[in-house]
Design a protein around this ligand. Structure first.
Ligand code: ATR
Length: 289
């Protein structure tokens, strides 16, 4: 059944988009999409909507029946968004989660732009080389699941996932097993003494500015360290990386803007420029600190 067939009148004004999540108050998505729309001269509405857990599916379907043009989906609904869609991209399927829903002729399409956003930020914005690098990913939750496929597509030489609960890292490594890149999952201490070129913190520890359990690793001469979360001040993981003389250290603000730009492109076929949006958000973040 296509989303247009599901009955109910299209009564939303103009081109309406939204992000659904719970909680949603601190979402920067409306600000980011407003900036994209201004830049491209598009007239659109983008709202942040807090959705109750028992009403997620009905609220999504109702939004598209009423003429909604696209949704971003955030915590805790990304898995349910993926399950609800009629078609699912390979990135969303492998992640088992979607952060972007697009109404199409064939029905509701689910995409995961988080990993694309991360890779775009690291490669295009920060100029980091990914191909051939030895990569360590810390954490094995939803955030990590969303980034692994695009990271593997960049042809890192080897990908090691470590997690406090080692069994989850092992499970992920099996799920992302592929013929081109060696993927291994283990406990943090299992990689003690090893050297990495790229270290990504995908744990939720940074949300409370904690340092996750980290292995005693060596950073190569041009090692880059990325924290998927962002904050006004360097996170505990970023400070740990800088103290070990990482060649480059970044937080996830650029990834946030890039995943939004990918969503915008999927919905509207136009790719907004992101550099000015990232620097404006960074300035606002610093001013609010
Ligand atoms: P998200 O969707 O943000 O990834 P999640 O699925 O709950 O959230 O996953 C959180 C990840 O951060 C997990 O890998 C978790 O480790 P466990 O699987 O062992 O729970 C990790 N994590 C959270 N707090 C941590 C901490 N203080 N130290 C180490 N790892 C932590």
């Amino acid at each position: 059944m296509t989303v247009q067939d599901r009955g109910q009148q299209a009564d939303l004004p103009g081109d309406t988009y939204a992000v659904f999540g719970n909680p949603i108050k601190h979402s920067k998505s409306p600000q980011i999409h407003k900036a994209f729309a201004q830049q491209l001269g598009d007239a659109l509405t983008y709202r942040a909507v807090r959705v109750e857990s028992d009403a997620f599916e009905s609220t999504v379907l109702g939004f598209f029946q009423r003429g909604g043009r696209g949704l971003n989906i955030t915590v805790p609904f990304k898995e349910r968004a993926c399950a609800l869609a009629d078609t699912v991209s390979s990135a969303a399927e492998q992640a088992g989660a979607a952060n972007c829903l697009v109404p199409r002729e064939a029905g509701l399409h689910a995409e995961n732009t988080d990993g694309l956003g991360l890779v775009k930020d690291m490669a295009a914005n920060l100029g980091w080389q990914l191909q051939g690098r030895r990569a360590l990913v810390i954490g094995a939750g939803g955030a990590v699941r969303g980034i692994l496929q695009p990271l593997l597509q960049e042809r890192v030489a080897e990908l090691i996932i470590v997690n406090r609960t080692a069994s989850r890292a092992l499970e992920l490594a099996q799920r992302f097993d592929n013929p081109s890149t060696a993927v291994r999952g283990c406990a943090p201490a299992d990689v003690d003494g090893e050297t990495f070129d790229l270290v990504i913190n995908g744990t939720s520890a940074s949300l409370s500015d904690d340092l996750p359990e980290l292995p005693d690793i060596k950073l190569s001469a041009r090692c880059c360290c990325y924290d998927l979360v962002y904050a006004a001040a360097p996170t505990a993981f970023m400070q740990w990386s800088a103290a070990r003389a990482a060649w480059a250290v970044a937080d996830g603000l650029g990834m946030l803007v890039e995943q939004a730009a990918e969503s915008y492109y999927l919905w509207r076929g136009q790719r907004p420029a992101t550099d000015g949006v990232i620097s404006d958000l960074r300035a606002a973040l610093l001013a609010s600190a």
